[in-house]
Design a protein around this ligand. Structure first.
Ligand code: GLN
Length: 426
């Protein structure tokens, strides 16, 4: 079995490897693999840390040399770090990452390749991917393609061999930073730095670039392996209108599995049209960017509150907060990952959750009668809202997971129950 040095430190002694490198300085020697039999026979494959061919220039003036994979060119975006251990493909296809570079803190990425089943939308909307180590082989029975080929086909830039831990520490200390990723030697560092300092993500409507253009029906359900609880299920069918602010497919799949008949509508769909469709409930989806940049969406939410049961997820939760008269604010570096502890204040339990957001609702700004139902235990920020009088509920995080833990799946059952109560009253 051939093993790459990066993943088989234990196969040969570190000293032997170091000595081996010190003795090999010839220019045509580019990489080496070792036979696990302790025999240091060298193959001629690419050295993972060979000369950098990409730069990530951050707005704080730091320059990070790296190796390029996927698409080439120059791209600007906001750098955020994601602490998920698995699920890079679902992260790449989460439309909420539009305008952002996702830096994975898990150092080894690409080892399961990509497949046709794990897509969360029809496109990759993110600005690019930043990783420590790109797996040199893929090993998964569902794998159809390598991560590098997948990104190149979708024109998404990626870099590896960059110190993701150092960048993450910087982001935690200084907050999210704008960066420019470039493989173009013709562009000077100063040019890239200027680009990063003149671009902004705050106040930009990113939803209009990711939402569907016309309504469509959704029928797909999740597979049987998702059927681990029946909490809140009902034999009835509920008609749900889902606002697509950049909706993740697993929200739709989970709603369908819970018995919803779903019509997905564009972000600009008028509330009056939604009411004409006589839905049992309305879902406001996740979506990219600044909730204050989409007043048209806040207006639609405002017009629907109180008239029909509503459920907001992530961006949908933030828009609900604003529609109620509350304020949203930009967090220092946000929450991105599959390991965020949340206290469910109603049940008194802790749920480990999947999160992806840079903005949050200020609970102090909300009117009386709106209950904070969930709190993020890492920083005490508001993670969920409800008002039975106004028939609304929302979560700042991702109960549909994909990727992430399934602890909060039962919230879909709570939405079913909210719709059911209204049906009984009618
Ligand atoms: N996942 C989302 O819906 C993200 C919400 C919003 N764009 C934020 O960054 O806070």
């Amino acid at each position: 079995m051939d093993c790459a040095f990066t993943t088989t430190h234990n196969a040969v002694s570190a000293t032997a490897i170091t000595n081996f490198y010190l003795s090999k300085k010839s220019s045509n020697f580019r990489f080496f693999t070792v036979k696990c039999s302790n025999n240091l026979s060298a193959g001629l494959v690419e050295r993972p840390w060979k000369v950098a061919d990409a730069r990530l220039v951050l707005e704080d003036g730091s320059i990070w040399k790296a190796k390029s994979f996927g698409a080439r060119g120059t791209q600007v975006g906001e750098v955020v770090f994601n602490t998920s251990l698995t699920g890079y493909q679902e992260i790449l296809t989460d439309p909420s990452y539009a305008g952002q570079f996702v830096l994975m803190t898990n150092p080894h990425i690409g080892n399961t390749g990509v497949n046709f089943d794990d897509e969360e939308s029809v496109q990759c909307f993110l600005a690019g991917l930043v990783i420590r180590s790109l797996s040199i082989s893929t090993s998964n029975w569902r794998c159809k393609e390598t991560l590098g080929d997948y990104l190149a086909e979708r024109n998404i830039m990626g870099i590896y061999d960059v110190d993701t831990r150092a960048i993450t520490r910087r982001l935690r200390e200084d907050g999210s930073l704008i960066g420019v990723l470039s493989t173009e030697d013709s562009k000077s560092d100063e040019e890239l730095l200027k680009m990063s300092r003149t671009w902004d993500i705050v106040g930009v409507d990113l939803i209009s670039g990711v939402s569907c253009k016309s309504p469509y029906e959704w029928v797909d359900r999740t597979g049987s392996d998702w059927e681990f609880n029946n909490n809140g299920r009902s034999k009835e069918t509920f008609n749900v209108v889902a606002y697509d602010f950049g909706i993740k497919h697993n929200i739709l799949r989970r709603l369908a599995s819970y018995g919803c008949k779903i019509t997905v509508v564009p972000s600009t769909w008028p509330a009056s049209e939604t009411l004409k469709m006589k839905p049992d409930g309305v879902l406001f989806s996740n979506g990219p960017g600044d909730p204050s940049a989409v007043p048209y969406a806040v207006e639609a939410v405002k017009e629907l509150i109180g008239k029909v049961p509503v459920f907001g997820i992530c961006m949908g939760h933030q828009l609900l907060g604003q529609a109620l008269g509350g304020k949203t604010f930009k967090m220092k570096f946000g929450h991105h990952g599959g390991n965020h502890p949340v206290r469910n204040l109603r049940k008194g339990c802790v749920e480990i959750s999947a999160q992806n957001h840079n903005y949050a609702v200020d609970p102090e700004s909300l009117p009386k009668g709106v209950e904070v139902t969930h709190v993020n235990l890492n920083d005490g920020s508001c993670a969920g809202l409800a008002s039975s009088k106004m028939k609304l509920m929302s979560l700042q995080y991702h109960p549909e997971a994909s990727p992430g833990p399934h602890d909060s799946d039962t919230v879909f059952g709570e939405f079913i129950q909210l719709m059911k109560q209204e049906k009984v009253k009618a």
